[in-house]
Ligand binder design. Structure first.
Ligand code: SAH
Ligand code: SF4
Ligand code: F3S
Length: 440
């Protein structure tokens, strides 16, 4: 079969799609990029907000006519939404052939084959909590010089708004040796930047008597890569030891994606985040103390039930005080089955959510513009990632603390990819520093 995989959602899903693609190729199928050419279309889906689900459902609805004309066309939904809705997906889209949950990916080729005999539902519920399933799911994604390695699966935190623990199951860490082995293999294939991935990487190792700090030290023993990153950090689990380890290992980037969600302790409590505003501020201080120059990126949810103006103001104020590298802002979307959806009323009107969304984004933009302007005239070390997608005459890369930089591509552009170079910054946009090569 010629199979197209559409991927929605987070980095974890991109890795899962890679795993699925590998399994399908191993079974003799071909992965294609053009929908018209494909005779099987798979959607790897996200359930984190209602909007993410609606987008997929409308894409699938659009395929109804084609499915009628081509009954052999295979249509499948996999991943988080498949896990959450299971059988219900067949009611919403009766022309589907396959619904494959988050722990059934390795069997995908078989399941697709079976679907010629009738619709297949493969969603395992029990194994979501059963340990020991992980190494079959161990995987990494490699594109160009950037490689991603999943170091753990699942989440134990049950933030009251969040569907992830329900669709991804409990936290499970991969053994250090497996991660290091994968890092070594990726580096030997040319990877220069390794990103370690998990919903809550600071909890890495709790179940196997290890820690993220230890993992960073072990991966750092691999030679010949340039940089290492890790996402996502949970404020409640980030430790001083981890921050000190980041400071002590020069190849580990000075950047923490540590979502606050809100600047108000009252909201943090209602969200079951496990920290107060003061504790979040304390984490920022620890980062500033041990890793001067490090930047933090955050996520925020606006319009969570009972969020008052004063709560929202505290989020605005947090963005200004923390001077985040960037903030991603989401309008609260009740997820069926979560505590917030069952016990709280989604009482912020859409208008209020929109307004607050806008206010947080403009506070962040102010921070970005001020920071970028203050860096004009400075020199910055970046790792060159490649030719800019927007402008082929430019190259792009990032500083250790995650600031995006562009500079005119020299004639030997290719030779710079994956290398550390120094730029003299001479102009800027809100989120981009524009410079010229100073030394390589
Ligand atoms: N594990 C990560 C986040 C995973 S989901 C963490 O804890 O930080 C990515 C982001 O989506 C979250 O940080 C949150 O800001 C947002 N999000 C999750 N559930 C949401 C919901 N029901 N409505 C709106 N935003 C949500
Ligand atoms: Fe969701 Fe909270 Fe887990 Fe992040 S830590 S995935 S927001 S439950
Ligand atoms: Fe990721 Fe969305 Fe699932 S954020 S874990 S794809 S619900």
């Amino acid at each position: 079969m010629k199979i197209l995989i559409h991927t929605f959602g987070c980095q974890m899903n991109k890795l899962d799609s890679e795993l699925v693609a590998e399994a399908l190729v191993a079974a003799g199928h071909e992965i294609v990029a053009d929908e018209a050419e494909a005779n099987a279309i798979l959607f790897n889906t996200c359930s984190v907000r209602d909007h993410a689900e609606q987008r997929v459902l409308s894409r699938i609805a659009h395929l109804r006519a084609r499915k009628k004309a081509e009954p052999d066309l295979r249509l499948g939904v996999m991943g988080c939404m498949a896990q959450r809705l299971a059988r219900e997906l067949f009611d919403k889209a009766p022309h589907l052939d396959l619904v494959c949950g988050t722990r059934k990916f390795p069997q995908i080729a078989e399941l697709l084959e079976q679907s010629f005999a009738g619709p297949v539902l493969a969603v395992e519920e029990e194994s979501l909590t059963a340990p020991g399933t992980l190494d079959a799911h161990g995987r990494s994604l490699f594109s160009g010089i950037q490689a991603y390695i999943s170091i753990m699966r699942g989440c134990n935190n049950f933030c009251t708004y969040c569907i992830v623990p329900y669709v991804r199951g409990r936290e499970e860490s991969r053994p250090i040796a497996a991660v290091v082995g994968e890092a070594r293999a990726l580096v030997s294939r040319g990877a220069k930047e390794i990103t370690l991935l998990g919903q809550n990487v600071d909890a890495y190792g709790k179940d196997i008597g290890s820690s993220l700090a230890e993992l960073l030290r072990e991966v750092d023993k691999v030679e010949d890569f340039v940089r290492m990153r890790f996402v996502t950090s949970h404020p409640k689990d980030i430790t001083e030891e981890l921050v000190k380890t980041v400071a002590a290992l020069p190849r580990v980037c000075n950047h923490f994606h540590m979502p606050a969600q809100s600047g108000s302790t009252k909201m943090l409590k209602a969200m079951n985040r496990g920290y107060t505003r003061e504790e979040y501020d304390r984490r920022l201080e620890i980062i500033a103390k041990h890793c001067p120059g490090a930047l933090v990126t955050s996520d925020f949810i606006v319009g969570f039930p009972d969020e008052a103006d004063e709560d929202h103001e505290q989020s605005v104020e947090l963005i200004k005080a923390a001077k985040f590298q960037n903030s991603y802002v989401f309008k609260y979307s009740p997820r069926p089955g979560t505590v917030a959806e069952k016990k709280l009323v989604d009482n912020a009107p859409e208008e209020v959510k929109k307004q607050r969304n806008h206010e947080l984004l403009s506070a962040q933009e102010e921070v970005n513009c001020a920071r970028s302007a203050s860096l004009v005239g400075s020199t910055q070390e970046i790792m060159v990632e490649g030719i800019s997608r927007r402008d082929k005459t430019r190259m792009t890369g990032r500083t250790s603390n995650n600031l995006i930089c562009v500079f005119p591509a020299p004639e030997d552009a290719e030779a710079l990819v994956g290398k550390l170079v120094t730029l003299k910054i001479n102009a800027c946009g809100a989120l981009t520093l524009i410079g010229e090569l100073q030394s390589r």
